[in-house]
Design a protein around this ligand. Structure first.
Ligand code: ZN
Length: 310
């Protein structure tokens, strides 16, 4: 395994920011495809640290803003998507919840869970949902929309034809990202296996190509996925899978849980600090992700206690 970096993006709000980021990365790194990190025998064309770009979910901004620039700067990229969301021209649950009034949705959730609204008030609605199974999340979203007469969200994601066009480009490889974007660790063996294998199977029939890359939703090892998911990924024929563990690649990495660093926001000066002098930043990022985990643990405990009493 080579030392290197896998960068993670989700939504591109500002095309100019993304172009500046790519220029910065092209100056300081060597763009490579994912298998390059394994191939330690081949001579590197460059002294620069190798870097691979990834995007999760398939937001519209990937096709509209990022894809043309990825081709212009010849930066090999992996795009992880749910074939169900794309084919049904649907939205991910977190896009739905993100569009709701946080206070109204939390009140509704508290009612559904039969807990005091005060118990949920310190937490973000999306974080609360991450403590539950996908069937509960989707059900609650539907009930909430029905109660408030909310119309369907405008589609925020790429279309099937756009996905096919992206797949046909030599610069982008498509990877699986489950069907419904659950926190896999919350689900039963059957659902976790289905979410992984069906997303890989559906994408390969849709695109008529072998799918060998995968990203678990939310992506924190030992929290959002575990040993069980590693087995399902292997059984699905996955060769490279990424996590969201925020660090560089080292010599010994598990190819089914490769760490990634999120580059969602910031000036090139900020990215410079983040990537090149990254020790302190990495500490801060670990603290941030630890705090999400802690909040989820606390909340899960509180809800469980409450239900035992009730
Ligand atoms: Zn995702």
């Amino acid at each position: 395994m080579r030392r290197g970096l896998i960068a993670m993006f989700h939504v591109i709000d500002d095309e100019q920011w993304f172009e500046q980021t790519l220029q910065f990365l092209a100056t300081n790194y060597q763009f490579v495809d994912l298998p390059f990190f394994e191939d330690t025998s081949a001579q590197s064309r460059s002294e620069k640290m190798p870097l691979h770009i990834t995007f999760d979910d398939g937001d519209r901004s990937f096709y509209d803003k990022a894809f043309p620039l990825i081709q212009k700067y010849e930066a090999p990229t992996t795009l992880f998507v749910s074939p169900k969301i794309i084919e049904e021209e649907n939205t991910y649950w977190f896009q739905e919840v993100g569009a709701f009034s946080p206070s109204a949705f939390k009140e509704f959730l508290a009612n559904e869970l039969n807990v005091a609204p005060l118990l949920l008030s310190p937490y973000h609605p999306i974080l609360i949902c991450k403590c539950f199974k996908i069937s509960f999340i989707l059900n609650t979203i539907n009930k909430f929309k029905l109660q408030y007469g909310l119309s369907p969200l405008l589609n925020q994601n790429i279309s099937t034809n756009e996905l096919k066009e992206i797949n046909a480009s030599s610069m982008v490889t498509i990877g699986g990202h489950t069907m419904n974007h659950p926190i896999l660790a919350n689900e039963s063996d059957e659902i976790s296996s289905f979410e992984i294998k069906e997303s890989v199977g559906s994408l390969s029939s849709l695109l008529n190509t072998e799918i060998t890359r995968f990203a678990c939703p939310n992506g924190t090892p030992h929290k959002d996925f575990g040993a069980r998911e590693m087995t399902f990924k292997k059984e699905a024929g996955i060769r490279h899978a990424v996590s969201t563990e925020p660090r560089h690649l080292t010599k010994n990495e598990n190819l089914l849980s490769l760490p990634r660093i999120s580059l969602t926001h910031g000036s090139t000066r900020y990215l410079n600090l983040k990537l090149l002098a990254g020790k302190h930043w990495k500490w801060a990022e670990r603290m941030r992700s630890k705090s999400e985990q802690e909040q989820r643990n606390n909340l899960s405990k509180l809800i469980k206690q409450k239900h035992l009493i009730a």
